[in-house]
Design a protein around this ligand. Sequence first.
Ligand code: FMN
Ligand code: SF4
Length: 494
Amino acid sequence: MSAQTILRLGTLKDVAQFQKHLESQHLAIPCDDEVTIGSDSPLRTPIHRVGFEIGNRIAVQPMEGWDGTTDGNPTESTIRRWRRFGQSGAKLIWGGEAVAVTPEGRANPRQLIIAGHTEKGLAQLRSALVEEHRLTTGSDDGLLIGLQLTHSGRFCQPDKHGQTEPRIAYHHPILDRRLPLSNEIPLLTDSEIGTIVEQFHTAAATAQKLGFDFVDIKHCHGYLGHELLGAHTREGNYGGSFANRTRFLREIVEGIRTKAPGLAIGVRISAFDMVPFRHDPARSSKGKLGPGIPDGLNGMLPYRYGFGINPDNPIEIDLTETFRFLSLLEQLGIVLVNVTGGSPYYTPHIQRPALYPPSDGYAPPEDPLAGVARQMEVTRCLKLRFPNLIFVGSAYSYLQDFLPNVAQAAVRHGWVDLVGLGRMVLAYPEILLDATEGRAIQRKRICRTFSDCTTAPRKGLPSGCFPLDDYYKESEYAEQLRIFKSSGAGTPIK
Ligand SMILES: Cc1cc2nc3c(=O)[nH]c(=O)nc-3n(C[C@H](O)[C@H](O)[C@H](O)COP(=O)(O)O)c2cc1C
Ligand code: SF4
């Protein structure tokens, strides 16, 4: 499949055509004919549940910015992004962006760090967001703001762009080859993992002191928490059995309860995964990536390197352990769950469905709408089974013009509690506010999934929406951006 053979949603005239298209593709994506305006809107119905007051059903997803200072403080463009999160009208801010609990756990040398010397900067992000939210919506009632805490594990790149410094939980035959990593590279020891657990405790206590309502213990996208969930082959306390693979989570939660009593906890989880994909070399040509295919599985079955995956057929989802994980969250008193899938590093089409792939990706192996439908369906199944948990759903940005109609239907049918927006917030933060207030949607600002916000960081640039957000044309990044574009990296790959 290539971008040319996929129907561009921007060419559809109206919702009826979109619904017809869904039907023709046999995609189970609910879509309302009209978006309700005002307080009757399902998207504007507050949630009052188990100690949480959330003023509407719109969430901003965490999005790493690659634009902090080298010592992990926010810059002007970081603050601006958080202001725009506030402007979105969303009453749930799920983490803002991944913030490293220790300098060596950063995914990029410009990632934010939570530590004594960054307290002021992180507090400023929060207050800028609240201020902007009040200005836009008139009140910060029902606004819940979390901070996403992370250790990047296998994908650490703390010191220099392009210089990976992986801290791995186990050897992964495909991902090790890609980095590349020799078999000799030592694994994180149990004692080193214990130290990271303590760094999460300290970070959570700091987040509480700075006024954040909750912390997200990140368990997604191939980073350390997620890698440990799939550590079937690891020996010792953090590998093998389900109890061992979730020990990291349990120990973090236990320490937070003691060191930051009263602080709410959320978990963003890659609820399912797949074997890593790569572009098909047989169908690639100069300047044209081939479609994604599973990276050779020879001799690897049953597949013992994932979570939420069928070991006998690792391109198939298996939610058995995901259900167990959510039961564990319930036992631990954790109510906030953010559902995502896969990883942007090895299954980008699963994680963030896009028409145009990032430069290190592959052409879409399926209509990106199938990727949206997959994440929606998994979330629906989880919600059905765990009605008392508050679920945030992901991967809505590809819906483009029809995002408001689908978001409303998903909430109305109880498929999800809150609709999370990622890329769309970089391009057009207030899209759902506009839609539910009866203002015309600004089509020119709609994210068309060009993937520049993913590709640019791979080249050492921040992750803004360069095609649609004029800010970057006048920012300190303008010259780098010009080079990025002239290199062809910023133009859609066919
Ligand atoms: C530039 C960029 C940075 C991201 N950074 C994070 C992050 O720090 N933490 C996280 O959990 N997800 C991160 N994501 C994933 C998004 O939160 C979201 O799951 C994904 O983009 C799919 O949602 P969407 O279709 O609304 O974009 C990032 C995505 C993008 C595009
Ligand atoms: S660069 Fe802008 S249009 Fe492209 S995917 Fe990111 S947010 Fe969307």
